[in-house]
Design a protein around this ligand. Structure first.
Ligand code: E4P
Length: 227
């Protein structure tokens, strides 16, 4: 499963990217607004960090904000795609959004169809030629439904018809969500930095490390006393 970081914060991206296991970054208007910086500058900074540390096939998702017509979405998508070849344009799953994706996919502009909450919506995004579709696992769970079951259903549909569109699990809230996404064969999960950090954690790793270090120190002292 590819791992993307779900943030607009360049410090967080640098921390994760230098580990060499990051495949991309997703942002949205809320995440960019949190940074209080110019949109284009943030996106350019993210691309720069990813180029420094990651393999060349990463993507950085940047979302369109004016969604009042397909023409406006297409115009903005073309502008965003021009920033860098790694940009994936995020477009909401609404009729004008799907209309725009149908046009942009023919121009080979990478698209991330966002705000997906049902398998029927995912099917429509795939038919339009979306590069990825983003079902929102956490927000589906919040409503009392099953976000991971949605990922699994979409995977079945995409496999049934050999769609090339990849499934990008968004709105990930826990390390357990991340694990469950990989268990059902999700292509990508975009993960907030806090959850990403927790994926490393297991108390037995820390306990084991402390014991190894302690035993090694003891052994060195013994060797010193013998000489
Ligand atoms: C990323 O593509 C989505 O915009 C993001 O994962 C939404 O997460 P949230 O539901 O925690 O806001």
């Amino acid at each position: 499963m590819k791992i993307y970081l779900d943030t607009g914060n360049v410090q967080e991206i640098e921390e994760a990217a230098k580990l060499g296991i990051l495949d991309g970054v997703t942002t949205n208007p809320t995440l960019i607004a949190k940074e209080g910086r110019d949109f284009k500058t943030v996106v350019k900074d993210i691309v720069k960090i990813m180029k420094k540390y990651c393999k060349n096939d990463f993507t950085v998702s940047a979302e369109v904000t004016d969604t009042s017509s397909s023409e406006k979405i297409i115009k903005r998508a073309r502008e965003l795609a021009k920033i860098d070849s790694h940009i994936m344009v995020k477009i909401p799953l609404i009729p004008v959004g799907i209309e725009a994706v149908s046009v942009l996919s023919k121009e080979k502009i990478k698209t991330n169809v966002t705000l997906c909450f049902s398998s029927n919506q995912a099917l429509l995004a795939a038919k339009a030629g979306a590069t990825v579709v983003s079902p929102f696992v956490g927000r589906v769970d919040d409503e009392g439904f099953d976000g991971i079951e949605l990922i699994s259903d979409i995977k079945t549909i995409f496999d049934n018809y050999n769609f090339k569109t990849e499934i990008l699990a968004a709105s990930i809230r826990s390390a357990r969500d991340a694990r469950d996404c990989s268990l059902v064969g999700c292509d990508i999960a975009t993960i907030p930095y806090g959850v990403f950090s927790k994926m490393f954690y297991n108390p037995l790793t820390n306990i084991g490390l402390v014991k190894f270090e302690h035993d090694w120190d003891d052994y060195q002292k013994k060797l010193k006393n013998c000489n």
